[in-house]
Design a protein around this ligand. Structure first.
Ligand SMILES: [Zn+2]
Length: 354
């Protein structure tokens, strides 16, 4: 059996055992996967699945890829989640793996259950959630270790809600958010997995919220503070991390997107220039702008670069790598739905960007 054939499949409990995609497996079976994964007893995969199912009442449905990673420890399984791994050489992959494991143990992952106070911490959060959060962060910062070190100088906190009820009971909106007072990302657990049921990654709510979090990060003091309206590395006070080129590119690129948005908000069809890349939603505030374009940089880099190479280069300079190398083709759902939003002719809200 080829790992590539099952990596995206959801794994769910079935009577007496598990189902991978549409197929049920017997607890006595083994999956004989191609190298380097080898043979994996189904009962071992079933044990790895249990914490997700028990905590979430079945709402959280991890892919086979993360469970295969958990039971084999083979980094290759995580290529399903992190396209950067496709372009790292062998030495860099080893480094990625070592740093991933170190990072995964270095932050607080709080599992918040319904009916329990939010300060109740469960240590038995599913291992895969911890790995995915760390992996997203490392994918962003792999080529910026100093920025990463500053980000983790103080203990960072991520809160996950295993089921929708728990998230709603906590007043959570939209399935995820960055909470500026609690200074943490809060996310409904299944949202870690929802974008990974295809051959390439899709929606990445954690990345979006990480964009918000970084916008609030003061790299000089190593603290989560008020929004900067910029990313770390774009402020003079960032010291050795300050990247003036990225700052200039960002401001120029943002101005261009804003002009396009204003143009689309105010002109008749005949007078309209190019459409903005981001959805109307991200033009409501500086923080949404950063979160939205930050996520698109890691999901539809080709369309992003084609549309606004100046803004694209700002992110590329800042993080030190070009996701186009890892993405043969964009995840283009955002691009298409954003285009539809502008073409619908619905009135656009006033931009809240500075
Ligand atoms: Zn947002």
């Amino acid at each position: 059996m080829q790992f590539d054939d099952i990596r995206h499949c959801r794994v769910t409990p079935a009577q007496g055992c598990i189902r991978i995609g549409e197929r049920e497996y017997d607890p006595e079976d083994s999956l004989r996967l191609n190298a380097p994964f080898g043979s994996i007893p189904v009962s071992v995969l079933a044990d790895a699945l249990k914490p997700y199912t028990l905590l979430s009442g079945g709402e959280c449905q991890p892919q086979a890829a993360i469970l295969v990673y958990q039971v084999t420890g083979r980094l290759e399984a995580l290529t399903h989640y992190f396209p950067l791994l496709r372009i790292l050489d062998e030495r860099q992959q080893i480094e990625f793996h070592a740093r991933l494991q170190q990072l995964a143990g270095s932050y607080e992952l709080r599992v918040v259950m319904k009916g329990l106070p939010e300060d109740t911490t469960f240590s038995e959060a599913p291992e895969g959630v911890r790995i995915l959060a760390a992996g997203h962060i490392l994918e962003v910062f792999f080529f910026q270790p100093e920025m990463l070190a500053r980000f983790f100088k103080s203990r960072r906190s991520f809160w996950v809600y295993p089921d929708r009820q728990a998230y709603q009971a906590a007043g959570g909106a939209g399935g995820g958010s960055y909470h500026p007072l609690l200074r943490c990302i809060r996310l409904y657990m299944q949202r870690f997995f929802e974008g990974f049921y295809g051959a390439m990654p899709g929606q990445a709510p954690f990345l979006h919220e990480l964009g918000h979090m970084l916008e609030h990060f003061n790299s000089r003091r190593g603290l989560m503070l008020l929004g900067n309206r910029l990313l770390p590395g774009m402020l003079e006070s960032d010291g050795s991390l300050f990247n003036p080129e990225a700052r200039i590119l960002f401001l120029e690129g943002k101005r261009l997107e804003k002009e396009r948005y204003l143009d689309w908000s105010s002109h008749s069809e005949a007078g309209r220039g190019p459409m903005p890349l981001g959805s109307p939603y991200v033009f409501q505030s500086d923080s949404e702008f950063i979160a939205g374009y930050f996520e698109m940089f890691f999901r539809n880099p080709h369309a992003f670069a084609d549309k606004n190479i100046t803004l694209y280069r700002a992110f590329e300079r800042l993080f030190g790598w070009d996701p186009r190398q890892a993405w043969e083709q964009d995840f283009d759902v955002y691009v298409r739905s954003n285009r539809l939003a502008y073409e619908s002719g619905k009135p656009l809200k006033t931009a809240g960007l500075t």
